[in-house]
Design a binder for this molecule. Structure first.
Ligand code: SF4
Length: 73
């Protein structure tokens, strides 16, 4: 199983999720703040994957009801 995602892989996932009907997205400032928190978090692996939930951070942080499993955001 591939564990390191390319920028292209991440972008495809973002595009898939953000184009889903009825999906509610966080505003850009919220996303940016979450992204910055994750980038400084010791639990972020390969710059994209949260060790606690296994999610792709760049996707989860875009969801309006996305939550950090460690309650950092
Ligand atoms: S979602 Fe939370 S625990 Fe996971 S990498 Fe981001 S800040 Fe860290």
């Amino acid at each position: 199983m591939k564990t390191v995602l390319s920028e292209n892989d991440i972008q495809k996932m973002i595009d898939e999720v953000t184009s889903m009907k009825g999906i509610r997205l966080a505003d850009e400032d919220t996303y940016k703040a979450r992204f910055d928190t994750c980038m400084e978090c010791e639990s972020l692996m390969y710059g994209s994957t949260c060790a606690h939930c296994g999610c792709v951070m760049q996707v989860r942080a875009r969801l309006s009801d996305g939550k950090c499993p460690k309650k950092k955001w």
